[in-house]
Design a protein around this ligand. Structure first.
Ligand code: FAD
Length: 334
């Protein structure tokens, strides 16, 4: 069902836009809207046509009130039921499918997050549709662009499915304005499917720093930091001086210098901040896959031939154990 395609005109310029209707699946946690999930709305705006957002859980009505202010949304469908709080695919997917069928949507977008990756394949299977993952561009109503091989190749895919089930890369679809909108609210249908799985517990890393996935600035440390003690001594003060989130390479995570949740790259988080400042990271393709869309990349590395310098806008060749504290002091003095 996926084949290479010639780009066609974006539908908002054609009569087709009138026939398109997007369902953007939003995420919530403890009754609070997860702002990064608004990328699904941005994708709907790029597509053209009407946009309905969907949210479910025990605080769904309050989240719907918040989401109604987002620019570009026509309607919010909410389902108030604590059984959907944790986004278990076994009951969330049939819930979505019921609401998709009722609303007659042509496109269903969700973020390419743990939630989206968990729910959307099951939704696609129930609709007998081919899911399209992690898109970075919309070329037309049936043609989408997505990276493959850790971002080393770009694939253009065309789908002939009547309902297109798609996850979107958040960094490629920046969040829309969160005020100025006035969407209508509507209660959705709730099939109340019993889930055979049960939510037991979660162990979340807590931090007062900005969220890595959506921060404007990220400072990231690699194996060059040598130990957890050095990582903790050097990276947090630099992050605090810049008001940045902290990231890490997989080598740093695997060596125990940093928590798993901080990993940036192919098997970690995708980030695209205004500034990505990294120290002691060589620039392996799997790391670049997660950060190369950053607006400004600055790197500190003692090896002038390190591959990171091929993508860096600003490079500093030197020993990070001298350069990072010096930079931190200069930033603090500003
Ligand atoms: P290294 O490659 O060892 O680089 C350390 C760098 O520090 C070197 O360039 C060195 O010159 C520099 N350095 C050392 N001492 C100093 C000093 N005193 N001052 C300044 N510079 C110094 N990696 C990720 O990061 N994210 C991923 O999501 C990811 N996913 C992967 C998925 C797969 C399937 C595979 C196979 C690999 C994946 N990797 C990932 C691993 C990746 O290939 C690299 O091994 C990893 O990114 C290397 O991390 P690093 O740059 O910290 O370490």
């Amino acid at each position: 069902q996926l084949r290479s395609a010639q780009p066609t005109t974006l539908p908002q310029y054609s009569a087709l836009a009138r026939l398109l209707s997007t369902l953007a699946v939003l995420e919530q946690r403890e009754g609070k809207l997860n702002v990064s999930s608004l990328a699904a709305i941005t994708a709907g705006t790029k597509l053209g046509g009407s946009i309905t957002a969907f949210v479910a859980g025990s605080g769904a009505k309050a989240v719907a009130d918040e989401a109604a202010k987002v620019k570009g949304v026509d309607k919010i469908i909410y389902v108030e039921n604590g059984a959907y709080d944790k986004g278990l695919p076994e009951n969330f997917a049939p819930l979505l499918v019921e609401n998709i069928k009722k609303g007659g949507f042509t496109h269903v977008f969700a973020g390419h997050s743990a939630f989206g990756k968990n729910i959307m394949p099951r939704v696609a299977a129930l609709l007998d549709s081919q899911q399209i993952s992690d898109i970075t561009e919309i070329e037309s109503e049936d043609t989408f662009v997505r990276p493959i091989y850790a971002g080393n190749a770009i694939l253009t895919v065309q789908s002939s499915d009547s309902i297109k089930v798609i996850t979107v890369r958040g960094t490629a679809f920046p969040s829309p304005e969160t005020d100025g909108g006035s969407a209508a609210l509507e209660e959705g249908v709730d099939p109340k499917v019993e889930s055979p799985t049960e939510w037991v517990s979660e162990d979340l890393a807590k931090s007062d720093r900005p969220d890595l996935g959506s921060a404007d600035k990220v400072v990231s440390g690699g194996r060059g930091l040598k130990s957890k003690e050095e990582f903790d001594r050097l990276m947090p003060p630099l992050a605090d001086a810049l008001g940045a989130a902290i990231g890490a390479s997989r080598a740093a995570v695997d060596s125990g210098f940093a928590d798993n949740s901080l990993q940036v790259g192919q098997t970690g988080k995708n980030v695209a901040p205004q500034l990505y400042l990294c120290a002691g990271i060589s620039g392996a393709i799997q790391h670049l896959a997660g950060m190369k869309d950053s607006k400004v990349i600055a790197a500190i590395n003692k090896d002038p031939d390190a591959p990171i310098f091929q993508v860096a806008d600003v490079g500093l060749v030197g020993d990070l154990f001298d350069k990072v504290p010096e930079l931190t002091e200069k930033l603090k003095a500003q």
